[in-house]
Design a protein around this ligand. Structure first.
Ligand code: PLP
Length: 419
C-alpha cells in the first residue's frame, strides 16, 4: 500500500512508512481510507485484525497475519456496565494500557524489516514509554530511549518506566509532556542525529501504532453487530488523538461504527477545534487523567487531512471535556453502581456517556477503557475505599528496581544523553 505525507512527501511503501515513523518533510504518513467491506469477525482479536489489515499489507514485505498473531496475544473484552453501555477493556497487555497493542505490533513489524541498529526514541505522557519499552525489551538490534515529564506521571507509571533496564534507557525530563514531544520532534528534524543513532519513532504519529489500534474497534463493532447493535456509537478518551483516530479510521474502512465521541480532560483543544475550526496550541495543564495532558494533539494533522470539510467532520465526530472533579465523581458512581473500578481516563469517557444520556442519546455505547485502574491507585483507591488487585505483568515490573536519569528539556542535553 502506498503512503504519502500530510505535507506532500512520498509516496513510500507501508513498510517504509513504518520504518521511518515521521515523514522526512515533518508530516505524518497517511493512506487512502477507502471502505473495504470484507472485514469479518474472527474467533479471536488476532483473526479479526488479520482480515482488516491483510489488504493494507498486500504486496508489502510483511505478513499481516504473522504480525497480528504475534502482537495480539491478549483480548480486548467488552464489559457491560449497564444494559446499554460497554467498557472496551484495552488494558490486558503486559503494561496494562491500550498502548500495548500498537507498541507490540510496531515492534513485530520493525523486527521483521531487518533494519540497521535502531534507537527508538519515545516521548511519553505515562503509558506509551512503558508499552514501547516492553515491546522492544531485549530485542536484538534495538535500543529504546524513553523521555517522560518528571513529576507528571503516577508513581507506578514512573516505576514501570524505569524498571526495564538492558536495552532500555529512561530519562525524567524537567518539563511537561509537550516539552518531551518537542525534544523528540527536534531530534527527528536533525538528519545527522537521525543517521548517527538510527533514530526511529514509536509515538502515536507512527502508522505502525494506528493500524493495529483499528483492530479492537473493528472486533468490538462486529461483536456488537452480531448482537444486533449496528452501527454502534463509540466514546474514546483522548489526548494525542491516536486511539480515537484509529476508531475513526476503522469507521471509514467500513466497520459498523456510528458516531465517535471524543472525551478529553481539561486540556480542551479538541472540543474547541470541533466548535470553532481552529486549534489554538496551548501549554498542557496537569490533570488526574495525566496520559491525556496534551496541549497540541499530534494527530490533528491527520484528522484534518482525512476530514478536510468541517461539516463532514462534525457528522462523524464530536468532543467534550471533563474536569477533575467530574473524573473523581464518575469513578465513585461507577464503582457504587457496578463494583467496577475505572481509571481516570476511562472516567472521562463514562462522564461523557452520562452527559449524552442526559441530553437524550439512545442506544448502545462502547466506551474505550484505556488503562487498568491499578496504574492510578493513588487516585482510584481512596474514591472506592478498597485496594485494587494488580494485574500480573504490572506486579512483576513493580518488583524490579527502577532507574530514571534526570534530563533538562534542551536538544543539547538530549543529544548528550543519546551518546
Ligand atoms: C495514551 C493514553 C490516552 C490517550 O490516548 P491518545 O492516543 O493519546 O489520544 C488515554 N488513556 C490512557 C490510559 C493512555 O495511556
Amino acid at each position: 500500500m502506498q503512503c504519502v505525507s500530510t505535507r506532500g512527501a512520498g509516496p513510500v511503501s507501508l513498510a517504509q512508512a513504518l520504518a521511518q515513523g515521521l515523514a522526512p518533510d515533518g508530516g505524518l504518513y497517511v493512506f487512502p481510507l477507502d471502505a473495504r467491506p470484507n472485514v469479518t469477525l474472527g474467533t479471536t482479536l488476532a483473526d479479526t485484525a488479520t482480515t482488516l489489515l491483510a489488504p493494507l499489507f498486500h504486496g508489502e514485505p510483511l505478513d499481516a497475519g504473522a504480525l497480528c498473531q504475534a502482537a495480539f496475544t491478549f483480548d480486548a473484552p467488552l464489559l457491560p456496565i449497564d444494559e446499554d453501555s460497554f467498557l472496551l477493556e484495552l488494558f490486558h497487555g503486559p503494561t496494562a494500557a491500550f498502548k500495548d497493542f500498537g507498541a507490540r505490533f510496531l515492534a513485530e513489524a520493525l523486527a521483521r524489516l531487518s533494519l540497521p541498529p535502531t534507537t527508538i526514541l519515545v516521548a511519553t505522557s505515562g503509558d506509551t514509554g512503558a508499552a514501547v519499552a516492553a515491546a522492544f525489551h531485549r530485542r536484538f538490534g534495538f535500543r529504546v530511549v524513553v523521555l517522560y515529564p518528571d513529576g507528571r506521571v503516577s508513581a507506578r507509571q514512573a516505576h514501570q518506566l524505569g524498571a526495564f533496564g538492558d536495552n532500555v534507557r529512561t530519562f525524567r525530563v524537567n518539563g511537561s509532556f509537550d516539552d518531551c514531544q518537542r525534544l523528540v520532534k527536534a531530534a527527528f528534524a536533525d538528519q545527522a542525529l537521525v543517521a548517527k543513532h538510527g533514530l526511529s519513532s514509536a509515538n502515536s504519529i507512527s502508522l505502525g501504532r494506528l493500524l493495529p489500534q483499528m483492530a479492537y474497534y473493528a472486533h468490538a463493532a462486529l461483536v456488537m453487530q452480531q448482537r444486533g447493535a449496528a452501527p454502534v456509537d463509540v466514546i474514546v478518551p483522548t489526548g494525542n488523538l491516536g486511539n480515537a483516530l484509529a476508531c475513526l479510521m476503522a469507521k471509514r474502512l467500513g466497520l459498523p461504527i456510528g458516531h465517535v465521541f471524543l472525551a478529553t480532560n481539561a486540556n480542551r483543544v479538541l472540543p474547541e477545534f470541533l466548535q470553532t475550526g481552529r486549534a489554538e496550541p496551548r501549554a498542557s495543564v496537569a490533570t488526574l487523567a495525566n496520559a491525556m495532558d496534551v496541549g497540541v494533539p499530534s494527530n490533528l494533522e491527520r484528522l484534518t487531512h482525512w476530514w478536510p470539510a468541517p461539516t463532514a467532520l462534525r457528522r462523524d465526530v464530536s468532543a467534550d471535556w471533563v474536569d477533575d472533579e467530574t473524573i473523581r465523581r464518575t469513578i465513585g458512581t461507577v464503582w457504587r453502581a457496578t463494583r467496577t473500578a475505572i481509571c481516570p481516563h476511562t472516567a472521562c469517557g463514562v462522564a461523557v456517556r452520562d452527559r449524552l444520556r442526559a441530553k437524550g442519546h439512545r442506544g448502545p455505547l462502547v466506551i474505550a477503557a484505556t488503562a487498568h485502574p491499578a496504574k492510578f491507585e493513588t487516585i482510584v483507591e481512596p474514591l472506592i475505599g478498597e485496594p485494587i488487585e494488580l494485574p500480573e505483568g504490572l506486579a512483576a515490573l513493580l518488583k524490579k528496581p527502577a532507574i530514571a536519569r534526570p534530563l533538562e528539556p534542551t536538544s543539547a542535553a538530549l543529544e548528550a544523553a543519546l551518546g
